[in-house]
Design a protein around this ligand. Structure first.
Ligand code: IDP
Ligand code: MG
Length: 140
Protein backbone atom coordinates (compact mmCIF):
# COMPACT_ATOMS: atom_id res chain seq x y z
CA UNK A 1 0.00 0.00 0.00
CA UNK A 2 1.16 3.51 -0.77
CA UNK A 3 2.24 6.15 1.72
CA UNK A 4 -0.63 8.58 2.24
CA UNK A 5 -1.87 11.28 4.58
CA UNK A 6 -5.09 11.31 6.60
CA UNK A 7 -6.76 13.92 8.77
CA UNK A 8 -7.20 13.20 12.46
CA UNK A 9 -8.91 15.30 15.11
CA UNK A 10 -8.51 14.79 18.84
CA UNK A 11 -11.95 15.86 20.05
CA UNK A 12 -12.91 18.09 23.03
CA UNK A 13 -13.69 15.18 25.37
CA UNK A 14 -10.08 14.02 24.98
CA UNK A 15 -8.35 17.40 25.21
CA UNK A 16 -10.45 18.15 28.32
CA UNK A 17 -9.00 15.04 29.99
CA UNK A 18 -5.44 15.74 28.77
CA UNK A 19 -5.35 12.59 26.64
CA UNK A 20 -3.51 14.14 23.67
CA UNK A 21 -0.23 12.43 24.52
CA UNK A 22 -1.79 9.03 25.10
CA UNK A 23 -3.76 9.25 21.84
CA UNK A 24 -0.67 10.35 19.92
CA UNK A 25 1.29 7.42 21.40
CA UNK A 26 -1.30 5.07 19.87
CA UNK A 27 -0.77 6.61 16.43
CA UNK A 28 3.01 6.45 16.64
CA UNK A 29 3.01 2.89 17.94
CA UNK A 30 0.87 1.89 14.95
CA UNK A 31 3.31 3.46 12.49
CA UNK A 32 1.39 6.68 11.84
CA UNK A 33 3.71 9.70 11.82
CA UNK A 34 2.23 12.97 13.12
CA UNK A 35 3.53 15.28 10.40
CA UNK A 36 1.49 18.36 11.38
CA UNK A 37 -0.75 19.30 14.26
CA UNK A 38 -2.30 22.35 15.85
CA UNK A 39 -4.68 23.15 18.68
CA UNK A 40 -7.83 25.06 17.65
CA UNK A 41 -11.11 26.10 19.20
CA UNK A 42 -13.60 25.95 16.33
CA UNK A 43 -16.31 28.52 15.74
CA UNK A 44 -19.81 27.19 15.15
CA UNK A 45 -19.64 28.16 11.47
CA UNK A 46 -16.43 26.20 10.95
CA UNK A 47 -17.72 23.11 12.78
CA UNK A 48 -20.96 23.22 10.79
CA UNK A 49 -18.98 23.42 7.54
CA UNK A 50 -16.61 20.58 8.47
CA UNK A 51 -19.52 18.25 9.34
CA UNK A 52 -21.78 19.47 6.50
CA UNK A 53 -21.93 15.92 5.12
CA UNK A 54 -23.92 14.99 8.27
CA UNK A 55 -26.26 18.00 8.21
CA UNK A 56 -29.40 15.89 7.71
CA UNK A 57 -28.53 13.39 10.46
CA UNK A 58 -30.42 13.66 13.77
CA UNK A 59 -27.19 14.07 15.74
CA UNK A 60 -25.81 16.97 13.61
CA UNK A 61 -26.67 19.91 15.91
CA UNK A 62 -25.48 18.09 19.04
CA UNK A 63 -22.28 17.04 17.25
CA UNK A 64 -21.52 20.63 16.26
CA UNK A 65 -22.15 21.87 19.83
CA UNK A 66 -19.90 19.13 21.18
CA UNK A 67 -17.09 19.92 18.73
CA UNK A 68 -17.09 23.60 19.78
CA UNK A 69 -17.32 22.80 23.51
CA UNK A 70 -13.54 22.96 23.93
CA UNK A 71 -10.25 22.95 22.08
CA UNK A 72 -9.42 20.25 19.54
CA UNK A 73 -6.14 19.07 18.01
CA UNK A 74 -6.25 18.80 14.22
CA UNK A 75 -3.44 16.71 12.81
CA UNK A 76 -2.13 15.07 9.67
CA UNK A 77 -1.04 11.46 10.04
CA UNK A 78 1.20 9.82 7.44
CA UNK A 79 1.94 6.18 6.79
CA UNK A 80 1.31 3.18 4.58
CA UNK A 81 -2.42 2.99 4.00
CA UNK A 82 -2.84 5.72 6.61
CA UNK A 83 -6.59 6.24 6.07
CA UNK A 84 -7.55 2.63 6.81
CA UNK A 85 -4.81 2.14 9.37
CA UNK A 86 -6.03 5.17 11.34
CA UNK A 87 -9.62 3.91 11.23
CA UNK A 88 -8.38 0.63 12.71
CA UNK A 89 -6.43 2.39 15.46
CA UNK A 90 -9.47 4.58 16.24
CA UNK A 91 -11.98 1.74 16.57
CA UNK A 92 -15.73 1.74 15.86
CA UNK A 93 -17.79 4.95 16.12
CA UNK A 94 -19.68 3.52 19.10
CA UNK A 95 -17.09 2.70 21.80
CA UNK A 96 -19.21 -0.20 23.03
CA UNK A 97 -18.55 -1.82 19.63
CA UNK A 98 -14.86 -0.88 19.42
CA UNK A 99 -12.13 -3.53 19.53
CA UNK A 100 -9.82 -3.90 22.52
CA UNK A 101 -6.78 -1.65 22.37
CA UNK A 102 -8.39 0.96 20.10
CA UNK A 103 -8.49 4.63 21.03
CA UNK A 104 -12.27 4.72 21.25
CA UNK A 105 -12.44 1.54 23.34
CA UNK A 106 -9.93 2.92 25.83
CA UNK A 107 -10.85 6.59 25.92
CA UNK A 108 -14.28 7.42 24.42
CA UNK A 109 -17.04 8.59 26.74
CA UNK A 110 -19.98 7.94 24.37
CA UNK A 111 -20.92 7.45 20.72
CA UNK A 112 -20.77 11.25 20.35
CA UNK A 113 -17.84 12.08 22.65
CA UNK A 114 -15.69 9.43 21.03
CA UNK A 115 -12.30 11.15 21.35
CA UNK A 116 -11.14 11.13 17.72
CA UNK A 117 -12.16 11.86 14.14
CA UNK A 118 -10.46 10.20 11.19
CA UNK A 119 -11.01 10.59 7.45
CA UNK A 120 -12.98 7.68 5.97
CA UNK A 121 -11.53 7.63 2.43
CA UNK A 122 -8.44 8.84 0.59
CA UNK A 123 -10.53 11.43 -1.27
CA UNK A 124 -12.07 12.78 1.94
CA UNK A 125 -8.63 12.80 3.56
CA UNK A 126 -7.33 15.21 0.91
CA UNK A 127 -10.38 17.47 1.27
CA UNK A 128 -10.29 17.43 5.08
CA UNK A 129 -6.53 18.13 5.20
CA UNK A 130 -6.99 21.05 2.81
CA UNK A 131 -9.83 22.34 5.03
CA UNK A 132 -7.49 22.76 8.02
CA UNK A 133 -3.93 22.96 6.68
CA UNK A 134 -2.07 25.10 4.16
CA UNK A 135 0.36 23.43 1.74
CA UNK A 136 3.36 24.99 3.51
CA UNK A 137 2.46 23.21 6.77
CA UNK A 138 2.86 19.81 5.13
CA UNK A 139 6.19 20.38 3.39
CA UNK A 140 8.49 20.41 6.41
P1 IDP B 1 -16.97 8.26 12.43
O1 IDP B 1 -16.44 9.41 13.28
O2 IDP B 1 -16.66 6.92 13.05
O3 IDP B 1 -16.53 8.35 10.98
P2 IDP B 1 -19.58 9.20 11.54
O4 IDP B 1 -20.73 8.31 11.20
O5 IDP B 1 -18.86 9.89 10.43
O6 IDP B 1 -18.56 8.35 12.46
O7 IDP B 1 -20.12 10.30 12.56
C1 IDP B 1 -19.37 11.47 12.83
C2 IDP B 1 -19.41 11.71 14.32
O8 IDP B 1 -20.76 12.00 14.71
C3 IDP B 1 -19.02 10.51 15.22
O9 IDP B 1 -17.63 10.36 15.36
C4 IDP B 1 -19.69 10.90 16.51
O10 IDP B 1 -18.95 11.90 17.22
C5 IDP B 1 -21.01 11.49 16.02
N1 IDP B 1 -22.07 10.48 15.92
C6 IDP B 1 -22.19 9.48 15.00
N2 IDP B 1 -23.29 8.74 15.21
C7 IDP B 1 -23.89 9.29 16.31
C8 IDP B 1 -25.09 8.95 17.02
O11 IDP B 1 -25.83 8.02 16.69
N3 IDP B 1 -25.37 9.75 18.10
C9 IDP B 1 -24.59 10.80 18.49
N4 IDP B 1 -23.46 11.14 17.82
C10 IDP B 1 -23.12 10.39 16.75
MG1 MG C 1 -16.96 9.86 9.60
Amino acid sequence: MAIENTLSIIKPDATRRDLTGLVNAKFEKAGLKIIAQKRLHLSKAVAQKFYEVHKDRPFYNDLVEFMISGPIIVQVLRGEGAVILNRTVMGATNPSEADEGTIRKEFAESIEANSVHGSDSSENAINEINFFFAEIELLI
